[in-house]
Write a protein that binds this ligand. Structure first.
Ligand code: GLU
Length: 428
């Protein structure tokens, strides 16, 4: 862990301030965009299975909706903080803007550990969350989605509560729903696939062949698993993944130098993608400390777990052979580590570009849900690839032209689009 006192919102604001300065944004626009537009903090009382009552703290933060309804996931996490949700909401605004979809930025969270909650208790939490925020969300106001430790099942419970309370069907209220119940084909894979579309183009720009490339991935949740899946389909090799171990309350890295077997690892996880250490060791994986994923001799590093993972301490472990860091997670790299990565000349594909495939597909899901007409998987995946590839090149061309890092270029494009929308609406 890092010794720096990490505050994601402060980090998001620092990143914004630096770009606002470069773009010469006026004071009012800066004031509008450097804090969320609206915040909702609320209690969710739940009757537990043993008959007792517990009160959980829930949030929804709406950062900006100048370009369209707020959009963003809901996290269930024991260490959730309001500043984390604020940062994540702000990053959603930049994410929807950089891939140019007509949506804004929001994020939600509940301080809880779903490992310790039964499915009935989780359902009650989902329904309680919707009851507390129903006046301020909806298909044309703010559209939630899954995120860390929330699933398609959680989305469906939330949708059901919304529909019961409003007395009508409204599948466009939420995305990441199960297939056949308003979900879009391709949505589950979309975030991980999007990361690899960006990696594919970055390798191409560096004149490297993906078939000969190696990667190490932090995390083994939804984003990581589908990133590995597509990287393998393209012929690349993932030699290490890390995953959280709930019992040990710590992460471990699982390495197989010839390449990890995705299917095999999937057979050894719980529903949160946490790999069983004993089973992995029996199957011949080296079990290493949690931070070792970053110290691997690979071409590509993919942090796809949580924020604050590539920090002042861990960044020192990055080997000289690493050419690309693709941020599958939101906010994995601290500004101090970012500076080191820049100095090393590593091509970093920033989070709100690299992982924008999820919200892009959520947008497709929302369009399909609102039409009540669903596309084929091929259609969804093709549209996703086009959107991600176009966004990647728009950012990389600016980065090359101005000789600036990808993160700065992505911020410039996104912030300029949102600022323009606010201006044209007459807000500032
Ligand atoms: N939670 C995902 C993200 O951080 C997806 C959000 C969405 O689909 O609205 O991008």
């Amino acid at each position: 862990m890092s010794g720096e006192a990490f505050n994601p919102f402060r980090m998001a604001q620092q990143q914004f301030d630096a770009i606002a300065e470069q773009l010469g944004l006026d004071e009012a626009t800066r004031a509008l965009l450097r804090t969320p537009d609206k915040e909702f903090h609320f209690n969710i009382p739940i009757r537990m299975d043993d008959g007792s009552y517990q009160v959980f703290r829930g949030f929804r933060i709406q950062h900006n909706d100048a370009r369209g309804a707020c959009k963003g996931g809901i996290r269930f996490h024991p260490q959730e903080t309001v500043d984390t949700v604020r940062a994540l909401a702000m990053w959603m605004t930049w994410k929807t803007a950089v891939v140019d979809i007509p949506l804004g930025g929001g994020k939600g969270g509940v301080i809880c550990d779903p490992h310790n909650l039964s499915l009935r208790e989780q359902e009650a939490l989902c329904r309680g969350w919707v009851r507390k925020i129903i006046e301020n969300v909806g298909p044309d106001r703010d559209v939630p989605a899954p995120d860390v430790m929330t699933s398609a099942q959680h989305m469906l419970w939330m949708l059901d509560e919304y529909e019961v309370l409003t007395g009508r069907h409204a599948p466009g209220f939420i995305t990441g729903k199960p297939i056949g119940l308003g979900g879009s084909l391709g949505r589950t894979e979309s975030t991980g696939y999007g990361v690899i579309y960006a990696v594919r183009e970055a390798l191409g720009e560096l004149n490297m062949r993906i078939e000969e490339s190696t990667a190490s991935v932090q995390g083994f949740g939804n984003v990581a698993q589908y990133a590995i899946d597509l990287f393998h389909s393209y012929g690349g090799t993932v030699i290490a993944v890390s995953s959280w171990d709930q019992k040990a309350q710590s992460a471990f890295t699982f390495r197989k130098k010839g390449g990890v077997d995705l299917k095999q690892l999937r057979g050894m996880t719980n529903s949160y993608g946490e790999i069983n250490r004993d089973k992995a060791a029996d199957a011949g994986y080296e079990v290493l400390p949690g931070d070792d994923w970053i110290e691997q001799e690979v071409d590509v590093l993919i942090p796809a777990a949580m924020e604050n993972q590539v920090n002042r301490d861990t960044v020192k472990g990055i080997k000289g052979c690493v050419r690309i860091v693709a941020e599958g997670a939101n906010g994995p790299t601290t500004p101090a580590a970012d500076a080191v990565i820049r100095e090393k000349g590593i091509w970093l594909i920033p989070d709100f570009l690299a992982n924008a495939g999820g919200v892009t597909c959520s947008y497709f899901e929302q369009v399909q849900s609102n039409m009540n007409y669903y596309w084929t998987r091929d259609e969804v995946i093709a549209k996703l690839d086009t959107k991600m590839t176009d966004a990647y090149f728009a950012v990389s061309q600016m980065a090359h032209r101005r000789n600036i890092p990808m993160r700065d270029a992505a911020y410039m494009i996104a912030i300029a689009r949102v600022a323009e929308a606010c201006k044209m609406r007459g807000w500032v």
